[in-house]
Every structure is written in C-alpha cells, then in structure tokens.
Design a protein around this ligand. Sequence first.
Ligand SMILES: *Cc1c(COP(=O)(O)O)cnc(C)c1O
Length: 423
Amino acid sequence: MDGGREFFAYRDGRLHAEDLPLEIISREVGTPVYVYSKAAFLHALKSLEDAFKGSRHLICYSVKAASNLSLLALVAERGLGADIVSGGELYRALKAGVSPRRIVYSGVGKTAREMREALEAELFMFNLESEGEMLELARVAEEMDKVAQISFRVNPDVDPHTHPYVATGLKESKFGVSREEARRLYAEARKIPWFKVIGIGCHIGSQLTELAPFRDSLLILADLARELRSQGHNIRYLDMGGGVGIRYRDENPLSLSAYAEMSLKAVSDIPDLTLVVEPGRSVAGNSAVLLTRVLYNKRNGGKRFVVADAAMNDLIRPSLYGSYHAVWPLNERPGAALSPAALVGPVCESGDFLAKDRELPDLAPGDCLAVKSAGAYGFSMSSNYNSRPRAAEVLVSGGDFRVIREREDYESLVSGEDILQLN
Ligand SMILES: *Cc1c(COP(=O)(O)O)cnc(C)c1O
C-alpha cells in the first residue's frame, strides 16, 4: 500500500476496512458497494501536503477521480482546492464547501453556460485549451462584466509511458496547445481586458510511475514561463497537473517526496511562483474497494467463470484499459487451492469482466469478494448500462460506517423519462 500503511487488511481471517469487517457492510448495505476508508483518503492527502510542506503550492484534488460529496468535504476541511472538468463538478465542489478561490477549471470543451457558472462563482483559474475556448470565455466574461483569471494548458509533447488512453501530453492528443500556439495565445490574451493572465499548466497523463516525464515536462513549462515573464506576462502559477501512479499490482509508485523535491527544484529559480498540483488517482485509488457477491460458477469451453453481481457498468477500468485490480475474498483462505478463472458480471458484453486469467480459490454462490484499488475512476465512471441501478457508496471511519450514496433504485433509473406518443 502507498506510504506503507494498509487500510484494507485481513485480521483474524476477515478482511477489514480500518477496524470494520467488510462482511458487515456487504450484509447491511448489500452488494455491489464501494467502500471508502476515510483514513486512507486523508492519509493520501496528507502525504502530498507533507511532501510539499514549506513551499508555495496549492493542492487541487481532481474531482473526476472520485466525486462523492463526503469525499470532497474532506478535501474542503483540509483547506485544499479542487480541479474540475465540468459544471457538474463545480456544483459538487462548491456544495461540499471547497473554496471557489481554490478551484481550477480544466478540460477541452467548457461550454458558455459552464463558463458563466464558474465566473459567477469567481473561481480561481481557467485552464484554457484552444483559441476558440479563449474567445468564448472572453465573450462570456465581457457579457457578465467579470474578469477571468486564466492560464493556458500547454502540451509539452512528453511521453508519459502509460496506457495510451490516459496519455494526454503527446502532440497529437486533443489536449492543450503546442508551445508555439501558446506563445501566440498569451500575446492575444493580453489584449483582452476581461482576462488576467496568471498561470501556465500541463497534465501529461495518468498512472505515471516514472519521474522523468514529469521532470521533462516541468522543465519545458518552466522555460516557457520564464520566457513569458520576460515579455511581461505575470505568470505566478505553474500547474503541473496530476498523474502520480499507484500500486494496483506490482507497480512501484513514485516517492511523493522525490516527486515534490524534483518539482520544486525544476522551478526554484523562478521567484514568486506557486506550484499547483492536481492529484486524483493517488488520493482516491487505494482508498476504496468494490464489494461484489458471487452469483454462479460456470465452465465454458474448458474455461472457469465466476459470475458476480458487479459488472463493467460499476467498474469499467478492466474493460476500458485492461486494468488489473486485485481480488480478495472477504474470508481469508490460506492454503486454498487456486485455479485460473475470469471474474465476470451480468452485463451483456463479452468485454464485461473485472478480472481475467486470475488464480482464484473455489468460490460458492453468496461468497463476497473485494475488488481492490477501486477508489479512483471507479464509481465516478459507473453507468446505468443494462438498466442496472448504480452501486451504493459507503465511508468507513474506524469501526463505524455511513452510506454516503444510496444505492439507486428502479425509480431513479427512469426519472425524467415519460411515455409520450408522437403523432
Ligand atoms: C484527470 C486529471 C487530473 C488527475 O489525474 P490523476 O492521474 O488522477 O492524478 C489532473 N488534472 C487534469 C487536468 C486532469 O484531467
């Protein structure tokens, strides 16, 4: 576990979240259910705060990783900020008590309505990603007679050595603008009276396990920041994005102190500069497990399938990225015989699996499993595909737990729908 602490571990043969046996939750709340450890989430936040302690920095938790209001409230309580990518995330962050002056708005396609809402809230910084977006924000700001604090997201064209779907800083990606384009846009932005140019940013990808891509892109950004300053642009914030990887299987996560030290060193000769960090996965990823119950065992063409009640609509990462999530029975089975199996859900897609080619013990219908490291891009990417109500979310603290999002019901599945006939 990151930081050497285990928040989900066996005690007397029973898997616990902190001091609570997970079987209590599976019994009382049912499955599938996401179970977050408050201590794990806070520990991950604090580790990052400690790593950057004493430096000028702003930590903006990336809301899209896990966006439950109770989690965002923990972020707000610690006085940290948020990185948002939609009006919906702005709504969540504000509702949870995150200060708008610590909210960074990223993303390639902000709509006029979302810009209006963000300007109304007076959030801290818009990270702009194209000329079109810049002009649209200028138009909206003028209409509202408000000043927008802006930065441009620069695409440093650095290979993050991660899954292609989460590599976002290559020159042919949809994100950010090239350095040349950035120079031009900064010059244009200066002429717009509704803008206050305050920063520069990047986000090169997710689940990075090497320091070099972070360093390479930071050095590129720092160079550009110096150049822009020499031209009179008041660049005071350098947003280095998120992307610190976690351990799902056997990855060696970066040491946060090495990450912070490298980052601060890369910008150390730029006076009065504040680093902005946008961690998502590294905070939420190992803060939750997804509990699922075995429904059936079957064999097809000599292959063993364990059919469970959680599916790709609950956790899409294995289907979408081929990601590995460890699978642990709630009752420890030391010495049990293992055989290769696929853990699959009820959804009507062959791509519906939570684990493949996995050595699993014999499992009986009713047995519960924990799918580990499910906190980031787990519930937040879940859907109602196959008209499956979305799972409940639970927050554990010590030996207590609370349901922080009710399991959806059939009513919620059709809310907003009507049976209407067109003539
Ligand atoms: C998704 C995202 C992040 C968070 O990335 P993680 O890999 O989860 O840390 C940060 N910044 C931006 C702009 C993002 O889109």
